[in-house]
Ligand binder design. Structure first.
Ligand code: SAH
Length: 399
């Protein structure tokens, strides 16, 4: 077996690694022997020289190493990558009935054993995101394993994420293998048809992680009420509600492109276009205007973007969540239901629940928390990597 450059960990700083947390922060590194290139495979050793793990190196990121294996005799090679893809794909295939979609997250970075790598399946196409120098180096092996094992029509790269700059990488986007995807890929989710813009949509094109909550919203619709879908993107929640019998949905999003696609999605599902109203603008402002006009809704969905990217932003994020939930509760009818979400991983579910409770106090109402929502099984939470639990939501009834 090859010998690799070695990253020596400071005494007392190996605890999280021994619990198989895969990140080594620069402050935990005592010294480096050998001269690893950016993204190269390195061995990680305890202060006493014992092997701890093998992973890839970054000199630029605060995370110096992301560990790929804790087994000394395991090589990071073609077989290693193929095994990861087969295991990840096998889990999703066996969960077919639970997923209830032809589109899902096939590889969820650390949770599937491949830090820095996201692969989403949209119908017959795969879309990848490589966010680190090490994952970029593994790209050829990953793309070839995906092609052999999944046999998609095409594999597209959406590595145009800001976080790549922390690793000294430029954004990249384009076809990696096979056929160019069409302008919009049509997917089916819980029996609903949706168009996904792989090239220019948010993330890899769609918010696959809200699939189960979109289904749950449909199940909570009874009677032809009025639904407000705040931060609607391309209308996944709205179509689920309309298909389940909601009378009318108002969508609010700052992205005109997303709302245009929402209108197309409504038509694609045979729904009368008059039942779906789009408002382009800042949700905080539009909700306040609706409150001033005395508008009232039966059901409100609040699915904002991530408010906290770092610990320093958590306090500000808490204020943002409290404010948007408070304004939403003011325009929710008594007995109405609020579906409220946070995808900020740094904010734990219990704290989020307290924020929503505080928002209710400020809105001069009470709430019953009747259901907890989370990320679906294609976004697994890894036992050694609590950071992989990021999405939480509550169904609340206003009383
Ligand atoms: N619920 C959606 C996903 C929402 S993602 C789904 O199921 O697909 C968050 C959305 O919020 C994005 O579409 C983004 O364009 C929008 N957004 C971000 N900031 C906003 C703001 N200040 N006002 C309105 N929309 C905003």
């Amino acid at each position: 077996m090859n010998t690799f450059p070695k990253i020596h960990i400071r005494a007392g700083r190996e605890k999280s690694l021994l619990r198989h947390h895969p990140w080594i922060f620069s402050g935990a590194v005592e010294k480096i022997t050998g001269s690893p290139s950016e993204g190269a495979i390195v061995d990680v050793c305890a202060h006493n020289g014992h092997f701890i793990g093998r992973g890839y190196y970054s000199s630029k990121s605060q995370i110096t190493v992301r560990v790929l294996t804790f087994k000394a005799d395991e090589a990071v090679d073609e077989v290693f990558i193929r095994n990861i893809v087969m295991r990840a794909s096998g889990m999703r295939t066996r969960a077919g009935a639970v997923l209830s979609s032809d589109s899902y997250r096939l590889i969820f970075s650390e949770s599937d054993g491949l830090p820095g790598v996201i692969v989403d399946k949209y119908g017959d196409y795969l879309v990848c995101q490589f966010s680190t120098a090490g994952s970029e180096k593994l790209k050829p092996l990953i793309v070839s394993a995906l092609n052999d094992i999944i046999q998609p029509k095409g594999i597209y790269d959406r590595s145009d994420v800001d976080s790549r700059s922390h690793e000294g990488l430029k954004p990249e986007k384009g076809l990696l293998l096979g056929a160019e995807p069409p302008e919009f890929v049509q997917i089916v989710e819980n029996g609903i048809q949706l168009l996904v813009d792989i090239r220019n949509g948010h993330k890899t094109g769609f918010y696959l992680d809200q699939r189960e909550s979109r289904r749950r919203l449909g199940e909570w619709i009874e009677g032809a009420g009025e639904v407000l879908n705040v931060f609607s993107y391309t209308g996944g929640f709205s179509i689920s509600a309309l298909k389940a019998g909601a009378g009318c949905v108002t969508n609010i999003d700052s992205s005109q492109g997303a709302l245009n696609l929402c209108a197309q999605n409504v038509g694609l599902n045979g729904i009368d276009s008059a039942k779906s109203i789009n408002i382009t603008g800042d949700a905080f402002r539009v909700l306040r205007e609706m409150s001033a006009e005395g508008r009232q809704f039966d059901i409100i969905v609040l699915d904002p973007p991530k408010f906290a990217d770092s610990k320093a932003q958590v306090m500000k994020a808490c204020r943002g969540y409290k404010d948007i939930n408070m304004v939403a509760l003011r325009i929710l009818k008594p007995g109405g239901r609020l579906f409220t979400f946070s995808c900020s991983g740094l904010l734990e579910a219990d704290l989020f629940q307290k924020i929503v409770a505080d928002a209710a106090l400020d809105a001069k109402c009470s709430l019953q928390f009747v259901e907890r929502l989370s990320q679906p099984c294609d976004h697994p939470i890894h036992s050694a990597f609590p950071e992989s639990a990021y999405l939480k939501g509550f169904v609340c009834v206003k009383i």
